[in-house]
Every structure is written in structure tokens, then in C-alpha cells.
Design a protein around this ligand. Structure first.
Ligand code: GLC
Length: 796
């Protein structure tokens, strides 16, 4: 019995051991299962049901919810949320959904949604989206195998890749015009002397366009977390994808039928550039190290003595007292107001740098105020974040807090009172020494609260907004000029953008062009690279070549780092000074054409520097490695940028007739031509039907350009229209009608040019219009009274 008991006990023990082991096993298994679930992707699942909403439909899915809404017949928003829907907040988008689907059909396997221009097909099991033209042509569809899925908090949308698909846009990104086979990420980064393949740079513009067959489409992923875009890199040519590290998969699909139409829709959603001051289109001179006052004054004098046109002089960080924002170094600049007053009289406008880092220093106004107003970003425990930049230990304003934006904006009186009119926002990625502000730092997000993981990419955007809105109030009706290094989609509403710390190399000349053109494709028109290169020193040949490209760049600024060799237009010897003068003079002659082009951009988002992918989207040659840097400067001028070691150029001329600017020689495209390209002559070609308004050389935009506007007409068989625009160039009075706008219409059939009726109350600064017809047997000139109501000129 005892034995039995013992045995039983043993048996019991064995049994309980087995149960315990099994229990442990199950425990380990389920733990493994949990671990595995969190490591493996979670698929979006099937459609469980849907309801109609004001602007579209809301779909319930196995693992998410999708809201699909109509912003315009060609703009559809898809917002997919894995978590319960949070508030709908965007710092990029300024438009609201206005439309709705004209038809919603619920089939057994799919939902069919229609607008006047698009058809959206939603497959139910599993949920997949397809965007088509009304005739059924597929523009873009989810990749059947994965569609949308999550990996942890990261959400990704996989899209089917067409064999011939090309990708353009994505803002300030290095790499080729056609981004097929490349992958990129968006995380604003301070990256001096970046290479040709560096990624990411300073800006995040999560907007691109796809091109295949004879169709185009656009995607804007409105998510400010770290985002990634893969255009078929390592995906076996099967799919492209875009993802966001956290938050919703919140994207807009653009289905307009041309690249220009998509840019127009994208900028209707994220806003357009306001008209900049006319002077900011002139030549701008910068360097890190212009101080003290006497050096700035003699720099200005030299421009006037040497008769090299210039409108703007910059003051970099050295104008401040110990790099403290909103202060002046009183030894170097004892009387800024007087200095700027004198410079203004000589036709110069002053731009000063501002960085977001506010020095931690008792008694320093901006620090004390920022502290008092509770404007600085903090760790979750309430400790103010401190990082090091130029002034040493700094706090950083929270530009997503209305009070901080207001405070920042008002602080500019320190600069506007003495007469500063331009504000250069730097280091706003935000950058610190060490380049890694912890993501856990919190931002206000206008009351919604979030962390820097979400706020990092929009920091520069909101800083530029605070700067633009603040200085606009302080400038007494004058247009502020704002320049920024970092930004996000929508930055065009507040600021021009320059491409940061490039390097004085030949390759950088062309890389800068591609960055500018890519930003142009992505809604940002007012852009440029540091002419001559920021890091290092250019050769004299390189400098002149760079400048010759620069004059056909929306934002024209010569800038270099501290302690590099002199880089002013006269710093490379007399011959090169003469070449530089001629180039800058030509820029000033072109200003009427350039300003009208800027005006067009404020209306439609059409960039000033236009990649050939805009006008010649389906011409494969323009994506060729050899021609991808070519672009249209405005409507009519094709520019073929070169490095200084290229004395001959292979230029691709798309379909149509072209006149070489330097020789007047006529060429017929499509096809490649070989042309001489000495340093004095960048290859530029004018399209048939072009009308280019020009003025005499002036030394700055404040100077009267004489009383005659010259219209260069390149006639042939092409009918065309150019809208000429003029206003005071300084104020916002144009909003109240004080502008002049008139169409020049070229009618080759009737061989006449019509100078249309003037619209607006502004009286042109020109009394006469001289029209020069090129392209016939010999040039023909006619001069008319530009104040006439409407004129017609017949030509032979
Ligand atoms: C940054 C800017 C550069 C500026 C320098 C000093 O490197 O990108 O343009 O000159 O800081 O302020």
C-alpha cells in the first residue's frame, strides 16, 4: 500500500511534471507566436463593408479602415488607418475635399467609384485599389500580392510596376531625372559637401509622378514621419512602394492627363508661391564672412564701380553678437540702420541669416522671452531640450505652437527695424552638432501633441511659415523674401529654397540643375544652388560656367564658405570678370520674361525651370543620361547645362524648330546636335513661336530700365501666346488690381502679332514696345506705343 502510495505519488509527480512541461511548452509557443506576429507583416485584409461619406466612402477592412475622398475630379485621397482614426491634421495641405464620386457601384467582388475624370476600382478580397481613366486604362494599381501592409508601426503601399514605367519628382533628391531602379528616404538632413548619390538631403517632398505607356499619374504621401520611396530598386522589376514609419497611409492620387496638370493639382492642394519681391530675381551676392561694415560697403561699391549688376547682399552668421539670433554685433556693425539705409540708396537689399537655435544665456532677450512664453521644445518630463549649434548650448522653438510662431515672427523687428528685407532660414532640419536630436522630444502640433519623429520633417516648413507670416506683418506692406534650407511639401507658400552646402566641383554644377529641376517638378519654383559651390573653391572656368547656368536659374546667388578663396564676379581676373558681367547683364535684360514666368507659377504651380519631362513627357530621349539635365527656362528657352571642361556639347532638341540663341541658326528636332560651347556661350535654344520680353541693362531692379520694352519674336509656323505681367514689384497692391497683364498672341497664319488689351490698373514702366521678328529672311523691327489699348502688328 505504502509502495502503491509511493508509486501513486510518483505517478502523480510524473503526471504533474508532464502537465507542467506541456504548460511551459504552450507558454513558450504562444510567446513565440506573439513575437512572430509582431515581427511579421500584417496585411490589410478584406472589405467588410462601406458607407458613403460627404466626399466619398469609408471602407471597413479586416485590419484597418480606408477613407477615400474626392478633392477634385482628378485628385483622390486615400487615407488608410490601422489604428482608430486620429484627428486629420496636415501642415502641407491647404485645400479641403470638395467633390464627391459621381457614381458608386457595389458589385459582388468590387466597388466601382467614378468622378468625371477617373475610375477607382476597389477589389474586396483582399482590399486592393486600382486607379483608371474613364476608358479603363490603368494608371496605377496595388501590387496584387501585398497591397498595403504593416511591419510594426511602418505602413507600406506596394504598387504594380509597369515594364516601361519611369518616375520623376520627389523634390530635392540626387540621382537621375528618371528615378526608376532607385530608392530614397525622407529625413531632413544637414549634409555638407553631399555627393551625387547622397540621400537624404535637406528637404522632404514626398510627391512623385509615374509615367508609362502614354499616361502619367502622381502620388503625394502626406505623412511627415520618416518616409521611404522605392521605384523598383531590388524588387525584381515587379513593384514600387512607398512607406511611412508611423501614422496613417495618407496619400493623394493625381490623375490629370499631363505632368503640368498634375503639378497644377498638387500645388492646388499644397499651395503655390506668392509673388516674390522683384529684386529677389536679380543677382545676389553672399559669402560666409562679409564683415565688418566697411567690408560690406566696399563690396557694394565695387559692384557699382565695376558696373556689375547686383540687387542683394547677404550677411551670414557673423553679423550677430556671438551668433545670437535677433542681435547685431555692435563692433562689426555699429549702426545697421544707417548702413542699410546707405545700401538701399545704392540699390541693394539686405538679407540676413537666422538659425533656430536660441543661445541659453541669462539676460539674452530671445532666450528670456522664449522661456517665459514657453516656446521651446521639451523632453516628455518637461526638461527643455538643449543642443549645440553656432552660439553654443541652445534651445529650439516649437514652430508647431501658435504662440511660438507669433513670438518668432515678432522678434524680427531686430532685423526689420534697421531695414532688412530678406530672411535666410538655415540649420532648420533641425541641425545640431551630432545631428541627432532624440525623437522622444515633444512638439505641440497646434494642440494635438506629438514627438519629433513626426515633427522633424516639418520643422523647416513651420519655421519658414513663422518667418514669412511674421515679417510680412513687420514690413509695412512690402513682400518679404524668405529663403530656407529645410522644408516639406508646401514650403513654396512661404519660401525660396537653396540646395544647401554643395561643393565646388564640375559635377555639382549639373547635380544642382537636377535638384532645381526636380524641385520644380515637385511644386517648388523659386530654387537655386550656391553658384561657384559652397565648400571649397572653384577654378575660374568652373565659376564662369556655373554662373552661365545660374543666370537661367530661378534663384541666382553666389555663395561660399568661410576661408575659401574670393568668389565675387571680379575675383578670377579681368577676362573672367568681363564674362561674368555679360552673363549677369543678360539676366537683367531677361527680367521682364522671368518675372512674367514667376507670375505664371503663382497661378498654376508651373515651375520657372522646367525639366523637359514636363513638356516632352513621352519622348524617351529626354531621360537619356546625356540629356537629362536639359530644361526649359520659362516657356521658350531650352538650356543645356555643361561643365567647364566641356567645350563642345551634344544637345538633344525635342520635336519642333529651334533657334540657337547665340547664332540665330535654325535646327529641327527631334534629334541630337553637336555644337561648340566655349565658356562664353552656354548652349541655349529658343523654340519656334517664342516671344521673349526684354529690357535694357540696369544695375539693380530699382533703376529705371528706359522707356522701351523689347519683344523678341521667333516666328515660324507655330501659333503661341505669352502673358506679360508687371506690377510695382514690391507691395501686395497687385492683389487689389494694381498690376498690368496683357497677352502677346502670335498668329503665323495671318502673319500678325496681337498685343492684347491691358488688364489691371498698373501703368507700365515702358512707354514703347519694340518688336523684333527673328526667323524670317532677315530680322524685322516694329515699334508701337505700349500704352495703346490694343495693337496689331503685321510682319512679312
Ligand atoms: C550652413 C549654411 C551655409 C552658411 C553656413 C554658416 O552651412 O548651409 O550656407 O553659410 O551655415 O552660416
Amino acid at each position: 500500500m505504502k509502495l502503491l502510495v509511493v508509486q501513486n505519488t510518483l505517478h502523480f509527480k510524473i503526471i504533474s511534471m508532464k502537465i507542467f512541461t506541456a504548460f511551459l511548452f504552450v507558454l513558450v509557443l504562444s510567446a513565440q507566436a506573439i513575437a512572430q506576429t509582431s515581427q511579421l507583416p500584417v496585411m490589410i485584409g478584406d472589405v467588410k463593408g462601406f458607407t458613403k461619406t460627404t466626399n466619398g466612402i469609408s471602407v471597413t477592412l479586416t485590419n484597418a479602415r480606408a477613407d477615400i475622398s474626392v478633392y477634385s475630379p482628378t485628385t483622390i485621397r486615400v487615407r488608410i488607418s490601422g489604428a482608430p482614426l486620429g484627428p486629420d491634421q496636415s501642415y502641407a495641405v491647404v485645400a479641403a475635399a470638395t467633390g464627391t464620386f459621381t457614381r458608386v457601384r457595389d458589385h459582388r467582388d468590387s466597388l466601382m467609384l467614378e468622378t468625371d475624370s477617373l475610375r477607382v476600382v476597389i477589389q474586396k478580397k483582399p482590399f486592393r485599389v486600382k486607379f483608371c481613366k474613364p476608358d479603363g486604362t490603368i494608371l496605377l494599381e496595388d501590387y496584387p500580392a501585398f497591397g498595403t501592409s504593416w511591419l510594426g508601426t511602418e505602413v507600406t503601399s506596394y504598387k504594380k510596376l509597369f515594364p516601361d514605367e519611369k518616375f520623376i519628382g520627389l523634390g530635392e533628391k540626387t540621382g537621375p531625372l528618371n528615378r526608376r531602379g532607385n530608392a530614397y528616404q525622407n529625413w531632413n538632413t544637414d549634409i555638407p559637401s553631399y555627393s551625387e548619390h547622397q540621400d537624404p538631403l535637406y528637404q522632404s517632398i514626398p510627391f512623385y509622378m509615374g509615367i508609362h505607356g502614354q499616361v502619367v499619374y502622381g502620388i503625394f504621401l502626406d505623412n511627415s514621419y520618416r518616409t521611404r520611396f522605392n521605384f523598383g530598386a531590388s524588387t525584381d522589376d515587379a513593384f514600387s512602394f512607398f512607406s511611412a514609419a508611423n501614422g496613417d497611409l495618407n496619400y493623394y492620387f493625381f490623375g490629370a492627363s499631363t505632368v503640368a496638370g498634375i503639378i497644377q493639382d498638387y500645388t492646388s492642394l499644397t499651395g503655390r508661391m506668392p509673388l516674390p519681391p522683384y529684386w529677389s530675381l536679380g543677382y545676389q551676392q553672399c559669402r560666409w564672412g562679409y564683415y565688418p561694415e566697411s567690408e560690406v560697403m566696399s563690396l557694394a561699391q565695387k559692384f557699382r564701380d565695376k558696373k556689375i549688376p547686383c540687387d542683394v547682399i547677404y550677411l551670414d552668421i557673423d553679423y550677430m553678437d556671438s551668433y545670437k539670433i535677433f542681435t547685431w554685433n555692435s563692433t562689426r556693425f555699429p549702426d545697421p540702420k544707417k548702413m542699410i539705409g546707405t545700401l538701399n540708396k545704392a540699390g541693394f537689399h539686405i538679407v540676413t541669416i537666422v538659425d533656430p537655435g536660441i543661445k541659453v544665456e541669462k539676460g539674452y532677450k530671445a532666450y528670456e522671452e522664449g522661456l517665459r512664453e514657453n516656446c521651446f521644445i521639451k523632453y516628455p518630463d518637461g526638461t527643455i531640450y538643449t543642443g549645440s549649434v553656432w552660439p553654443g548650448r541652445c534651445h529650439f522653438p516649437d514652430f508647431t505652437l501658435e504662440e511660438a510662431r507669433q513670438w518668432w515672427g515678432k522678434s524680427f523687428t531686430a532685423l526689420t527695424d534697421p531695414g532688412v528685407e530678406g530672411f535666410w532660414n538655415d540649420m532648420n532640419e533641425p541641425a545640431t552638432w551630432g545631428q541627432n536630436i532624440p525623437d522622444i522630444v515633444e512638439l505641440n502640433f497646434d494642440g494635438l501633441k506629438g514627438t519629433l519623429a513626426k515633427g522633424h520633417n516639418i520643422y523647416g516648413l513651420e519655421m519658414s511659415r513663422a518667418t514669412y507670416e511674421g515679417t510680412k506683418k513687420l514690413l509695412g506692406g512690402k513682400r518679404p523674401f524668405v529663403l530656407t534650407r529645410a522644408g516639406f511639401s508646401g514650403i513654396q507658400r512661404y519660401s525660396a529654397v537653396w540646395t544647401g552646402d554643395n561643393t565646388s566641383t564640375e559635377k555639382d554644377i549639373l547635380m544642382g540643375v537636377r535638384l532645381v529641376n526636380s524641385m520644380g517638378l515637385s511644386g517648388i519654383s523659386f530654387t537655386g544652388a550656391d553658384i561657384g559651390g559652397f565648400v571649397g573653391s572653384p577654378t575660374k572656368e568652373m565659376f564662369v560656367r556655373w554662373l552661365s547656368v545660374g543666370i537661367y536659374t530661378p534663384f541666382l546667388r553666389n555663395h561660399t564658405e568661410v576661408n575659401s578663396r574670393d568668389q565675387e564676379p571680379w575675383a578670377f581676373g579681368e577676362d573672367f570678370e568681363a564674362l561674368s558681367r555679360t552673363l549677369i547683364e543678360y539676366r537683367y535684360k531677361l527680367l521682364p520674361y522671368i518675372y512674367s514666368t514667376f507670375y505664371e507659377s503663382t497661378l498654376t504651380g508651373m515651375p520657372v525651370a522646367r525639366s523637359l519631362a514636363i513638356g516632352y513627357t513621352f519622348d524617351n530621349s529626354i531621360y537619356d543620361w546625356n540629356y537629362q539635365n536639359q530644361y526649359m527656362f520659362g516657356k521658350f528657352m531650352l538650356v543645356a547645362p555643361l561643365t567647364s571642361d566641356q567645350q563642345f556639347a551634344r544637345v538633344y532638341l525635342p520635336k519642333g524648330n529651334w533657334f540657337q540663341l547665340s547664332t540665330g541658326k535654325r535646327f529641327t528636332g527631334p534629334g541630337e546636335i553637336l555644337t561648340e560651347a566655349p565658356l562664353s556661350e552656354l548652349p541655349v535654344f529658343i523654340s519656334e513661336g517664342a516671344m521673349i520680353p526684354m529690357q535694357p541693362v540696369i544695375q539693380n531692379t530699382g533703376e529705371k530700365p528706359g522707356d522701351t520694352l523689347t519683344l523678341m519674336v521667333y516666328q515660324g509656323n507655330i501659333a503661341s501666346v505669352f502673358t506679360y505681367y508687371e506690377d510695382d514689384g514690391i507691395s501686395f497692391d497687385y492683389e487689389k488690381g494694381a498690376y498690368l497683364k496683357r497677352d502677346f498672341t502670335l498668329d503665323p497664319e495671318k502673319r500678325r502679332l496681337i498685343v492684347g488689351k491691358a488688364e489691371g490698373s498698373w501703368n507700365s514702366k515702358y512707354k514703347k514696345l519694340k518688336v523684333v521678328f527673328q526667323g524670317g529672311d532677315k530680322p524685322e523691327e516694329h515699334t508701337i506705343d505700349f500704352r495703346n489699348d490694343k495693337s496689331e502688328i503685321s510682319y512679312r
